[in-house]
Each structure stands twice: as C-alpha cells, then as structure tokens.
Design a protein around this ligand. Sequence first.
Ligand code: ASP
Length: 309
Amino acid sequence: MFATHGGAGVIERDNLSEEQDAAIRAALSHALGTGSAVLAEGGTSIDAVEATIRELEDDPHFNAGRGAVFTYEGNIEHDASIMDGATRAAGAVTGTTTVRHPVSLARRVMENSPHVFLRGLGAEQFATEQGVARVENSWFETDFRRRALEEMRAREAEGQSAYDVDLKYGTVGAVALDTHGNVAAATSTGGLTGKRWGRIGDSPIIGAGTYADNRGCAVSATGAGEYFIRVGVAHEICAQIRMAAQEVSVSDPAAIPSDADIQQIANGVINEMAALGGSGGVIVTTPWGHTVYSFDTVADSSTKELRSP
Ligand code: ASP
C-alpha cells in the first residue's frame, strides 16, 4: 500500500493552467509509481517513502526542495521528517538551505545520529559530515514562488493578512505499508511563503506533520501547520487507531478496525483541527492495509492525494 500527497487542496483548478494541472498530476503519479515499485520489489516502507519524496523534492511544482516557497527575507529554508513504524525511530530537520534532499538528511539523522531533530546550521554541518548532496540556495528558486512572495508583501503593505492559505500549497508527503508489514511516513516542505522569525511548521515535527507506528498507522499531513502542531494531528490519529485496534481485538484477536472506523478517526481529528480555525489534511495507511485520506480543503484539488494498492 502506498499513498502520496502534493499539499493541501488550496489551489483550485481555476487557478491553475491546464498545463500546470497536468504536470502536477503527472509528477504525483510518477512519484507514486516510484514508491510502489520499491514496495513491489520487496523493499521497505522507509525506502519507498524516501524515494518518492526525493523525486518530488526535485520537481519545481512542489513546495519542497526545488520549488519551495521563499522566506520573508527572500531565502529558501526546508523542513522534512521521516519515521519508521516498525521501531518508531524518527529523524527530522528544519531550516536547511543547501541540502538538495532534506528528507534524506532526516533519514540520516534517524539512522546515523543519536538525535531526532536538527536545525539550521547544525543540520547543515551534519549534512557535510554525512556527505549528502548539496546545492546553492538559488538552485531551489522558481519565478512562481518569487511572485508569491511579492504578492504577499503587497498584501501586507495594504494591511491585509499576509499568510493567505493560497500561498503555501505543495508540501509533499508519503505513507507506505511494505510486504514485511511495516508502515512508514515522510513529509517535506518549504513551509509558508514569507515565513519569518525562524517559524517552523508541523511538517518536521514528529507527531504533528508525520508519525508512524506499526500498532496504529502512518500519517503525513499538509495544511496550516500551527493548527496541526496544536492538535498533534499525526500522533493523535495513530493513537486513536491503535486504541480502536486494541478494542476490536479484545473479543476476536484476529479482528481489525473497518475502513469506516479508520476514516471516521481521521475525519474526527481533521475536524478538531479545523474547529480551531485551521485547514488541510492527511494521508493515512495502516498495518492492516487500510489507506484513507481526509482533507477539509477543496475536494477537487489538483494536488490531492494519489494512492495505489
Ligand atoms: N504544513 C506546512 C507548514 O505549515 C505547509 C503546508 O503543508 O502547506 O509549514
């Protein structure tokens, strides 16, 4: 089982040219194929989610790696995280500026350091020690995202809200269940257009934007990060599924939660996040083979999730 997303549904079809729409769909579909192929060959869920995210990080259509949004100061700063449901090992990085594949650096943090979360210059130093691919910060730039920053600044100058939800679509995420029965999740983003003061969203925060636990599920989120952090969305969904699984197996040890149960749990947590004022969504896969998504944003979005059996 494999699912990937290309951000919350905040870009409506009307705002995209047909070419952009087709390119985004093709890229997601190709990346889905990449992750699915890893699984089909007996590869691990961690390898599958990393391979998919790496591909999307190189694609300028998404707010991750190349094509990520600009900070207020006009730089690009990446956030990424990855988690292995078999061991609950996790790695995350925030504020990297020259790492071509932040998701792979997050994996190195998970596997080659005693830590879970590295930031900024320290993360860059670790990247050097690990010998991961580096590029100039300008390599990540796109005209489209530069215009988005200028528009944000213009709105701010007019006294309007600077953080329009439309300015931050395109975070990428993936969840997978492999043939060994292990789930994994990964998420990568540039965050919000015009972010400042060292703002960090949910994407690199284990438990908020990403979580994986073989006893419950794997989750990757996208949307208004502040709200996902406050609800602890990814962990909350996994914990509720874990408890639901325990409950159904009491009378029948072979019983598993139904698709409807899983969907209801995901919707419930997304509704809770939305009730606080946020918006966005999640993709979820369980060790029992359920794959669901729950988004409170535009259902017909071009960037909605793709999944494969
Ligand atoms: N969740 C990301 C953040 O708040 C943005 C997004 O998913 O669009 O940084």
